[in-house]
Design a protein around this ligand. Sequence first.
Ligand SMILES: [Zn+2]
Length: 367
Amino acid sequence: MLIAKMAHHTEINCLDYSRAQLRQLRQQHFYCPACHRQVVLKVGHYLQPHFAHQQRTACLTAEGETAEHLAGKALLGELCRKQQLRFRYEVYLPALQQRPDLLIYHHEENIALEFQCSPISVAKIRARTQGYRQAGYRVIWILGQRYQNQSWTQRQHAFLQYLPAWGWFQWHLQVRTKRLLLIHHITHQGYPQQMRWQVNLFSDLKRIKKPLRQGLSYRQCMKESTSLYRQLNQAAPKLLSVQQSCYLRGHHLAGAPVCCHSPAMPPINRQASLLLNVELLLLCEQLGKVTLNQLENFCQQRQAAFYQLPLFSHQNWALYWCCLVLNRWVSSGVLSKQGHNWYFLKAHWFQDYFSKATALKQLLAKR
Ligand SMILES: [Zn+2]
């Protein structure tokens, strides 16, 4: 941590002093603002000078702090200063037993910044976020290097947020290059599934562009169908159950209707949207009429197929995801909708991969 208490409850911030000045202060006594135990002032050559608890304690601030976390906090403070934002470092909030890295005071609003570098569970993200919100704080999670690699698993998806202007987004802080990046318009596309996103510097948010809205391209559809066909030939285990459900309805997965190919929104599906769409279509075919309740059951049975979004407390995003698909099918004539119910009309299944490929090639040639 950067801040400690001294005798007479005065506060000291490491960032306000040079290393030489801090070395002269080392004989003083310092205390943790949260647990009031004595802490040590550490002034080395490389690491940002900071305070640390003497032993492992149960104090919430006693998690070992990395160089990245210490430098990141200082960097975020610099950015706030440049934006002329009023802020304080590491304010301990006793009622919440939380201590955000920075607390910003902006237009009567208190914003807690959490620079997350270490692993954290989905449950903990949810609890902390709710804690802040219930106490009237807005919380912004900013992700460190650990979360910036290319493989998007649950731990990256957990920090997804949404704004109409930015789509699905999150914040990444690159300490090494001193850049705060907005990763926005995050989507899942294709089969096998890929992540797509756009990047803007924090200093350049006015220039955010929405991606061009793309309808279904037959070329893309062809590509997805071929990958699926290859995986089916290799008897990929993840396809078994979907393939079986298709057989039971007299279909072949490789001949899935064109309507099952679509980009996924919001980007919360673990399983490729092509497979989830096929399962949804089979449900519609089988039931003829699908109610909101039945759709909810479908989602509940497939909880593992969707990522959890702990930054949202109420919305059932899996259900929302499925409703979007069904509504898209209403506009393409696969379903009709009356009130809160969807009715199956028709969908063209191809006999196999080859007849689908032939049909798609003809459609491609027409364009
Ligand atoms: Zn402490």
